[in-house]
Design a protein around this ligand. Sequence first.
Ligand code: C5P
Length: 391
Amino acid sequence: MEKKRLLLGITGGIAAYKVAELAHLLSQNAVNVQTVMTQSACQFIAPLTFQSLTGNPVFTDLWGTSHSYNMPHINLSREVDVVVIAPASADFIAKLAHGITDDLLSTLCLARNCPLLIAPAMNRQMWENPATQRNVKILRDDGIHIVGPVSGIQACGETGMGRMVEAVELAQTITAFWQSNRLLHNKNILITAGPTFEAIDTVRGLTNKSSGKMGYAIAQAAVESGAKVTLISGPTCLTPTAVEQFISVESAQEMLAAVQNHIAQTDIFISVAAVADYRAANISTQKIKKSDSNLTLELTPNPDILKIVSTTPNPPFCVGFAAETENLVENAQAKRRKKRLPLMVANWAQEAIGSDSNELILLDDKGEHVLPKAPKIEQARHLIKHISTFF
Ligand code: C5P
């Protein structure tokens, strides 16, 4: 069995003592654990404990020159499948939320290209403080997995929410996370995202309000599931996660060409892009001059990229998105039939476009599956899990 690789980050909190047990459990279960500790963590527990339990040297310093890595803040995260921070202190959560990188652990978290899971631990007032809750929300929206905390008697003597989950439970969560993350291991997934831009003249064009957030979230969830992801995107303000290939396009025709270039190697095609249905029949090679009379533009239909792919012989598994303003399920079902899709995702256009969360209804041969309103990254993970049931 392939040995799993995990980077265990320990920050300053008394719950650090429980993490010695976690390191032991993981190491016993064929996980290669690489430990990084903050200076505060070293006040609570010695690095030697983790070196002894994991068999690997422990890193504590951003500036150290004694280890073999020339840039540990980059190299360390590139060599692991997941980063787990336990305990995650209020201070570290705040740093993560705001991208502050003043030590090795915070810097490597920002530089990482793999999922991050954190187990918060702190006094109940610190946990309930609006500042911490705001920061936790930011992390959730950023797609960081948060495990716990739980309620109980705290080291300070108070009782309430803020205890770190127990080591055994955390080890089980990590294992479950891992299993769910390998659901589409090595599958080739092609995703289109964002709007398209259809030029009218040299400076103007037709587009729509799609932000690309759903497609990019699906790309991230697909990467987490172990898939090899190619993301073809229309113009957006987003930065993609570590996909295998990112292709930037402008028009529907460019998007179609990029899709056709990649479709032969594709197992799953997820068409999230809000492709413009029409383009200008003739693109003016000069900026169109203003006049006082009406201007009539002749529009011609764009190719339906998804339909072209889904109706070819031996198509990949095709997933469509239907953003509707009325009769959501009926309209989405009609599109599913017309495009012969095994899976169609329906959402309300007014709720979905540009926002960070939405409700999805998955339509397949077994019926309707409602995913109640949640951040897009969570919806993306549910969708990937649903897609994996077809394989
Ligand atoms: O037909 P309608 O545009 O509503 O269907 C939406 C689905 O079809 C989306 O998955 C979208 O990405 C895809 N589509 C496409 N090419 C088009 C129009 C829509 O791939 N020209």
